[in-house]
Write a protein of this length. Structure first.
Ligand code: GLN
Length: 488
């Protein structure tokens, strides 16, 4: 069967109508995923055997009229920092090259209970640090729109899988933009839920106060479908919350934005953005206005500090979270004469350059004498950034911004220049700093490459941003035209 361009909705409807079996789906997607491993490199591992076994069970259930849910038999790709019991979980790192997950992450468990099938683990920047998937120990992934270019990161593999059609949908994680930024650069939809909406249990922690797991899909409706399966309170993650009635997503998303007040932050439309990106994003705002939304300028005056705040807090949390990879408890061990020697050798050879850089920055910023100047200060500015959004949301229902300042760049172009790479996150990090939900969806092409537009919502108001994005998508013809050329 054809795997390219399918939506999750189409896969689900086809299973229900008997147009295809779970076995046919898994066979086709796994074959496509394996084909791509040498080329675009979306997958670190394809779980062909376990996925086929699960597909056969799913088909038997369906034949017996005992399907678990509409997701029964649906193949999903999962980022390699999430636990899938019995399979490798490497987080793109040499230190976990041979680490096998002993349990399922809550999101994976929920998908499996619904009958969903994990078809494989996707490539990523090492421990989710990066914006290009080039820091992966397993080598970079490539953008299917132009294989000389990066797909973005850190969930690059998940995004490539959805864009090229080696998975109908995927899970990624977003600490400062890792779902949204690659989704924008590859022309698909990416949703970062509100902090606390989705359990982080079984997600390898990068920066615990910023991390959220999010859906990567071809359409906005698909993102809502997948979010519904994974969201909600989990006793294994004390930061996850019960979904209240007013937070629930409607069965079908609205197709109108009439009367919706959309804020355009003046601080986000400044120099540094590529003209083609700016034009596409402004055109998307105008289109929403044509469809009945009201555009309003808003102010987010502390935006200029967002990147600095993120790149202090994020490494601080990284330095604490990654202390567990000591060569004793998990993963690679390089024995030496002394315990400290074993730590040094295991960590020194197991972690790549970017991860070491962040551990050092974080350790420095947390050390006595510097804590007040860096960590504490950044926490205070974090509050100011959150307050800016709260103020803006008293005037508007959601906020529209670019997702990235540029389209996808060439592989290697920025890999030796961490500052330029960090600047790619300028429009995405403040959303994590403030714990808000945000979605990116395609809004045009610039120089033949996809551009994404971002809608940011109030806490737990995924409904509004999904609804507005869906209205745009419906008017835009269902994103059918954002299909990359066929590559392997
Ligand atoms: N690119 C950002 C970083 O390198 C975001 C990463 C992420 O969201 N995991 O930190």
């Amino acid at each position: 069967m054809q795997t390219r361009g399918n939506t999750l909705r189409k896969i689900i409807d086809g299973l229900e109508a008997g147009d295809w079996s779970a076995r046919e789906l898994v066979t086709a997607y796994a074959a496509r995923a394996k084909d791509g491993q040498k080329g675009t490199h979306a997958f670190v591992d394809v779980h062909e055997e376990s996925a086929l076994a699960a597909a056969e069970e799913s088909d038997r259930r369906r034949a017996g009229g005992e399907s678990r849910s509409r997701f029964d038999g649906v193949p999903i790709a999962v980022k390699d920092n999430l636990m899938v019991a019995g399979h490798r979980a490497t987080a793109g790192s040499a230190i976990l090259k041979d680490y096998v997950a002993p349990y399922d992450a809550t999101v994976v468990d929920r998908l499996k209970r619904a009958g969903g099938i994990v078809i494989g683990k996707t490539n990523m920047d090492e421990f989710a640090m990066g914006s290009s998937t080039e820091t992966s120990f397993f080598g970079p992934s490539r953008n299917p729109w132009d294989t000389e270019r990066v797909p973005g990161g850190s969930s690059g593999g998940s995004v490539v899988a959805v864009a090229e059609g080696s998975a109908p949908a995927a899970l990624g994680s977003d600490t400062g933009g890792s779902v949204r930024q690659p989704a924008a650069l590859c022309g698909v939809v990416g949703l970062k839920p509100t902090y606390g909406r989705v359990s982080r249990y079984g997600l390898m922690a990068t920066a615990s106060s910023l991390d959220q797991i999010g859906p990567i899909t071809r359409t906005v409706e698909d993102a809502a479908l997948l979010l519904r399966e994974i969201e909600g309170r989990d006793s294994n993650d004390s930061t996850s919350l019960e979904i209240k009635n007013e937070w629930r997503l409607p069965d079908s998303l609205p197709t109108s934005v009439r009367g919706l007040r959309i804020g355009l932050p003046k601080e986000y439309f400044v120099s540094g953005m590529e003209p083609g990106v700016e034009a596409a994003v402004r055109a998307a705002a105008d289109r929403l206005a044509e469809l009945g939304a009201e555009l309003k300028e808003v102010e987010l005056p502390h935006s200029k500090y967002a990147l600095a705040v993120y790149y202090v807090l994020m490494p601080c949390e990284v330095s604490a979270n990654l202390a567990r990879f000591d060569g004793i408890r998990y993963g690679r061990r390089e024995p030496a004469e002394t315990l400290e020697g074993t730590y040094r050798r295991s960590r020194g050879s197991g972690f790549g350059r970017e991860v070491r850089r962040r551990i050092m920055i974080g350790t420095y910023a947390l050390s006595s004498g510097y804590y007040d100047a860096y960590y504490l200060r950044a926490m205070k500015v974090r509050r100011l950034i959150a307050n800016d959004f709260a103020r803006a949301f008293s005037d508007v229902d959601c906020i529209l911004t670019p997702t990235t300042p540029t389209v996808a760049w060439k592989l290697g172009e920025m890999s030796d220049d961490p500052l330029s790479m960090y600047l790619q996150d300028i429009y995405t990090v403040s959303v994590n700093v403030a714990g808000l939900p945000a979605i990116t969806f395609p809004c045009g092409l610039s120089e033949g490459l996809p551009v994404g537009v971002q809608l940011i919502g109030r806490q737990f108001d995924e409904k509004t941003i999904l609804g507005a994005a869906h209205a745009y998508e419906t008017a835009d013809g269902g994103f059918g035209r954002y299909l990359p050329p066929e590559v392997a």
